[in-house]
Design a protein around this ligand. Structure first.
Ligand code: SF4
Ligand code: SF4
Length: 334
């Protein structure tokens, strides 16, 4: 079995944390993983319908993480599938896409998600190479939080047919409080794709979290509209999860207001996904009247969960290998 494609993990600089650690020799960076490991893989109908490979590990520590069991692997002691030979992974994905069930759901590509696929980029490239050796036309979607280095982003663009791209906030204080990471690389990479490879952008995605990101909708939408007002923008409704397991969900009025705010910037392709069933009533006053409240609220929730940082920066944090957020266990899952 070839393993030479993993050699760059001896000095890992795949994402903007640029840890420089030897992941093949037991050292760990912010993502906490050594060799790339597959958490699970399955046919998945969420647009774009695909055979989705969920990779273990993540370079962010989002308070709202939907997949925290695999994002914070191995700290979670979750059972994952483990390292898979890229050739076998490619064959499995192609067979699933061609299967009756795959055709019924319209699966037409291999979708790399996580966690984050960034710490597993050499493995992703190898699976794509093996898949295209067998079927040169196979499509590939890359799902990202936008924290790749410029060099890694160029590699992502080289293999991807489509990219689903999360922008979690526009302002650095809110982004850091929510994810533990600075926003500048995320906006830089988003602009690079929007300006130079818009045909690869499936959509920008934004999660509407009451009191935390509601005031970020308009700035993120304006940032996108300034580049091209026809770029797709998908608003997702927050549901209580992980550290935010006791936080209120995004109710209908909030999503309607988010759509209005996004459209008011001139964006024409504004979508809503995961629309909440709860209609809800408009509160007498906005939950978060000023932007700073969003960052403050997220920071105070992170502190209650054990993160002592006033300025979350997981890459420079002395607690990053014994991180209370990575060790947080949600009491309920959705
Ligand atoms: S966090 Fe990023 S740079 Fe650090 S080890 Fe993981 S992938 Fe490499
Ligand atoms: S304790 Fe440190 S590593 Fe953990 S979330 Fe807070 S800032 Fe990040």
């Amino acid at each position: 079995m070839r393993l030479d494609y993993l050699r760059e993990l001896e000095h890992c600089n795949l994402c903007e944390w640029r840890c420089g650690v030897n992941r093949l020799d037991g050292e760990r960076g912010v993502c906490g993983i050594g060799i790339p490991e597959v958490a699970a893989a399955m046919l998945h109908p969420a647009p774009p319908a695909s055979y989705t490979i969920f990779l273990a590990g993540c370079n962010f520590r989002c308070l709202n993480c939907q997949n925290w069991e695999i994002a914070h692997y191995p700290d979670t002691h979750e059972t994952v599938r483990g390292f898979v030979d890229p050739g076998s992974m490619a064959e499995e994905a192609l067979a699933a896409i061609r299967s009756l069930r795959g055709r019924l759901i319209g699966a037409d590509r291999i979708f790399f998600s996580g966690g984050s696929p960034d710490p597993s980029l050499p493995f992703v490239e190898e699976v794509v190479r093996e898949a295209r050796r067998r079927d040169s036309g196979v499509k590939v979607n890359y799902d990202t939080n936008g924290f790749a280095t410029e060099a890694s982003l160029a590699r992502v663009l080289a293999i991807s047919t489509s990219i689903t791209y999360d922008i979690k906030a526009y302002h650095d204080d809110v982004h850091r409080a929510l994810t533990g990471a600075p926003v500048a690389p995320v906006l830089r990479n988003a602009a690079e794709i929007a300006r130079n490879a818009p045909e690869k952008l499936w959509e920008f995605r934004f999660l509407v979290i009451p009191g935390i990101t509601v005031n970020e909708v308009a700035p993120v939408a304006a940032f996108i509209a300034d580049i091209d007002d026809e770029l797709p923008f998908n608003l997702l409704a927050f549901r209580p999860n992980f550290v935010l397991e006791r936080h209120p969900p995004a109710i209908q009025y909030l999503m309607e207001e988010a759509v209005r705010e996004a459209r008011s910037t001139g964006l024409v392709d504004v979508r809503v996904h995961g629309y909440p069933a709860v209609a809800g009533e408009r509160p007498k006053e906005r939950a978060s009247p000023v932007r700073e409240r969003g960052g403050e609220l997220a920071r105070s929730i992170a502190k209650r969960a054990g993160c002592p940082a006033d300025f979350r920066d997981c890459g420079s944090c002395g607690l990053r290998q014994s991180c209370p957020i990575k060790r947080y266990r949600a009491r309920r899952s959705v």
